[in-house]
Design a protein around this ligand. Structure first.
Ligand code: SF4
Length: 405
């Protein structure tokens, strides 16, 4: 399987793009994690990966979306973003997750990639704005991989995403990228209405046939003002996805990403472990995209390195999450998270200003943490990669609960 995948990477994309992926993401990404580990040993902190929501606007209205997509447009301008990227470069970070809203609605998104050829960008997008011209520009830049979300069959896609012809427009975006040899991924926020259609071998084979080079199954988070809790997965369904991913990784010539399990199959939270934090379209620094409470901003006077190193709020978030679960504190203990935001007087970083009420109305539910059913990686390649570059970095060893008891 590994040779078949290597052959796909060498023959189905542009070798210049493959070099950028290997060096700007692979080599520099591994180095960023080594620097992170060294900082942790010295008692310092700067997350090796940042996810940046560059704009709130979106042309779709997905169930469970926590972003204020219908609010007045807010975006991070190229200059401000470049300052953040350069300051992160100083810490060894060269990989950035670009999210939204719909990032390709940001008029200057291509300029961001052009101005930072030494970096690598993964863009979470619905694909609707990736025309042939845009795809050609992405190829020219070479340092971008679009991760295009497919949320179900035609009917389910329109339901899930509150639009018409949603799947067709998304597939057109995928075709445009692949026609221009852009390294392209497909992701799904797996929920009750798409798990049977998209968590099966036929779908994986279809993506391989299409020329998609990697995929990512997220687990649906019932968040935001229209949470659609009925779509949330049961522990058995979450386990089914985990087993499927582990099995497909030794069988199919396609990369399969996940951000919730280490090499032994133990659950983890990438925010609690400090692997990543999030910047909102308003510049607020949040623990993760669905924790919409902040104390700091990229527009604060002090350098970003000081902001992350000195943030008691972010430190306490990591400690709180790690001291209560290896899974998702938002799903499992929204009450404790609310207590933490009150303790720190963290501001509601949404435009709708209802994040606190939403958190208080959330019913605790199971997340990726399932102590009794941990499924280790079968693939030696994923085991190696996770052992060295994606694990809990000791976050769960002896966390201190920051909440007064
Ligand atoms: S808090 Fe939950 S949604 Fe956020 S990174 Fe952790 S597991 Fe994921």
């Amino acid at each position: 399987m590994y040779l078949r995948y290597a052959k796909r990477l060498l023959t189905e994309t542009d070798l210049r793009l493959l070099w950028k992926l290997t060096y700007n993401f692979g080599f520099k990404g591994a180095r960023a994690i080594q620097k992170h580990k060294r900082r942790l040993k010295q008692g310092d902190f700067f997350p090796p990966f940042l996810y940046i929501s560059i704009i709130n606007s979106c042309n779709l209205r997905c169930q469970g979306c926590w972003v204020d997509v219908a609010a007045k447009q807010e975006k991070i301008e190229v200059d401000a973003l470049s300052r953040v990227i350069r300051e992160a470069n100083e810490q060894g970070n060269y990989f950035f997750g670009i999210v939204g809203g719909e990032p390709f609605m940001h008029a200057d998104i291509l300029e961001i990639f052009r101005q930072h050829p030494d970096c690598y960008f993964q863009v979470f997008t619905n694909g609707h704005f990736i025309t042939g011209e845009v795809a050609a520009e992405l190829r020219k830049c070479g340092n971008v991989t679009p991760l295009i979300s497919v949320e179900g069959s035609e009917i389910v896609s329109d339901q899930r995403r509150g639009g018409a012809e949603v799947l067709n427009k998304t597939m057109q975006g995928i075709h445009n990228c692949i026609d221009h040899n852009v390294i392209t991924g497909v992701c799904t926020s797996v929920c009750k209405t798409n798990i049977d259609d998209l968590v099966n071998e036929a779908w994986v084979d279809r993506l391989i046939e299409l020329g998609v080079l990697y995929m990512w199954y997220h687990t649906y988070r019932p968040m935001g003002p229209e949470a659609s809790e009925e779509l949330a997965l049961s522990p058995a369904e979450q386990l089914r996805i985990r087993q499927f991913v582990v099995d497909m990784r030794v069988k199919k010539p396609i990369g399969i990403v996940d951000a919730y399990y280490d090499a032994d199959g133990q659950a983890l939270c990438p925010a609690a472990t400090g692997f990543t934090h999030h910047i909102s379209p308003w510049g607020d620094i949040e623990p993760c995209p669905i924790v919409q409470f902040a104390k700091e901003s990229i527009y604060d006077e002090q350098p970003l390195a000081e902001t992350f190193n000195n943030s008691q709020y972010l430190t306490d978030f990591r400690e709180l999450a790690a001291s209560h679960t290896r899974g998702c504190i938002v799903l499992e203990r929204p009450d404790l998270l609310h207590e933490l935001t009150v303790l720190h007087e963290a501001k509601d970083s949404t435009a709708r200003k209802t994040a606190a009420a939403e958190l208080l109305s959330m019913k605790p539910r199971p997340s990726q943490y399932n102590k009794m059913e941990e499924i280790p990686e079968k693939s030696w390649a994923y085991r190696f990669a996770k052992r060295h570059f994606f694990n809990d970095f000791g976050a769960y060893d002896s966390p201190q609960n920051p909440l007064p008891r």
